[in-house]
Design a protein around this ligand. Structure first.
Ligand SMILES: NC(=O)c1ccc[n+]([C@@H]2O[C@H](COP(=O)([O-])OP(=O)(O)OC[C@H]3O[C@@H](n4cnc5c(N)ncnc54)[C@H](OP(=O)(O)O)[C@@H]3O)[C@@H](O)[C@H]2O)c1
Length: 322
């Protein structure tokens, strides 16, 4: 079968990691990359073996040989770039958070469905083997129902007003950057909460430095979720079920191991992933395209919308508007 030709827009930190993992797949190849700067595009293309390095984002959208584009710019540009790419018939894998708010997300999804062009949020954790094991364990019901869930994600980021993480104009703040992972974990395993409580600490640039979230479910189940840019935290997930506990070891959003304790037994599952883990989502997108699908059957667009709604609801509680 013909290899799927990938393109990348926005050649920053995550684009580099993604490109490395793409080379570990057998069904896909990096074909072209696009940057705001020709110099950056050419050196990135050379480093990762791409055939073309474009000095503008528009050029890659017009390259007929490019099958799918990975959008790896700051969040605030996801909507506009996705719209432009879809209009040019390009399938899209768009970095998380998918958009800045539900309005943008709905527009992107509507267009993908209208044009019949593939679109997926790059929620890569959903495609990792340890996460699939956790989903399977919980959904099988063998450990009973979930009683509570806790997850955190924190690292210390040097404060810099101009940088993506702290700059409000670039969609800064902990929630959309890393808080999305604890929220995703609770949403995937427990569904949408009946009530959300959230509070945040703000930076002088008016984005959330930390965000403390509680999801309450009518059956009494609670999820405690936390994100911060102020300090390193364990970055683990802990799920208490009727018949035991599941621990997603640090850092739970990337390839890691899972420990399960149940009825006096303890078992650790290690998956020996040798890459950073981005190849799993890339392989999935490639497979969907080869099958002629216009959305993922594992992380479909309705799930992306549901996650976006939760992020919007949390932002409303903490008073953060973009
Ligand atoms: N899945 C993951 O594990 C993961 C990890 C980190 C980040 N992310 C997501 O990926 C996206 C990018 O994050 P990153 O850490 O890679 O960011 P980054 O290092 O700042 O790179 C972003 C790139 O976007 C392009 N860009 C376009 N307009 C820009 C502007 N006005 N200011 C700054 N950059 C601009 C730049 O590329 P050119 O100069 O080449 O055009 C820049 O290098 C974010 O949405 C983030 O949430 C995902």
């Amino acid at each position: 079968m013909k290899k799927v030709n990938w393109g990348i827009i926005g050649l920053g930190k995550i684009a580099n990691k993604f490109a490395e993992d793409l080379s570990a797949t057998r069904t896909a190849q990096l074909y072209a990359v696009a940057s705001r700067s020709s110099e950056n595009a050419l050196s990135f293309a050379e480093k990762h073996g791409a055939k073309a390095g474009y000095g503008s984002y528009e050029q890659i959208m017009q390259d007929e040989k490019v099958d799918v584009i990975y959008i790896a710019t700051p969040h605030v540009f996801h909507h506009e770039l996705t719209v432009q790419c879809l209009k040019n018939g390009k399938a899209i894998l768009c970095e998380k958070p998918f958009a800045m708010n539900i309005k943008e997300a709905r527009e992107m999804i509507k267009l993908s469905r209208k044009e019949g062009v593939f679109l997926m949020e790059a929620l890569w954790t959903r495609f990792l083997p340890h996460f699939q094991l956790v989903m399977d364990k919980v959904q099988s019901g063998e450990m009973g129902k979930i009683k509570s869930l806790k997850a955190d994600f924190g690292f210390k980021a040097e404060f810099d007003k101009s940088k993506r993480l702290f700059n409000k104009d670039l969609g800064g703040g902990s929630l959309l950057d890393i808080g999305i992972y604890p929220v995703f974990l609770a949403y995937s395993l427990l569904g949408k909460p009946d009530k959300i409580e959230a509070k945040a600490r703000f930076t002088e640039t008016n984005v959330d430095a930390s965000c403390d979230i509680r999801f309450n479910y009518n059956d009494g189940v609670q999820a405690e979720l936390f994100s911060t840019l102020l300090e390193k935290t364990p970055t683990t997930g802990e799920i208490e079920l009727e018949k035991g506990k599941i621990f997603l070891n640090s850092r739970f959003h990337e390839p890691t191991s899972v420990r399960i304790t149940s009825e006096g037994n303890e078992e650790t599952f290690d998956f020996g992933v040798k890459t950073r883990g981005y190849n799993f989502e890339a392989e999935h997108v490639t497979k969907m395209l080869q099958q002629g699908k216009t959305e993922s059957d594992i992380w479909p667009l309705d799930k992306t919308l549901g996650l976006m709604e939760l992020l919007d609801a949390i932002r409303e509680q903490i008073g953060l508007e973009y």
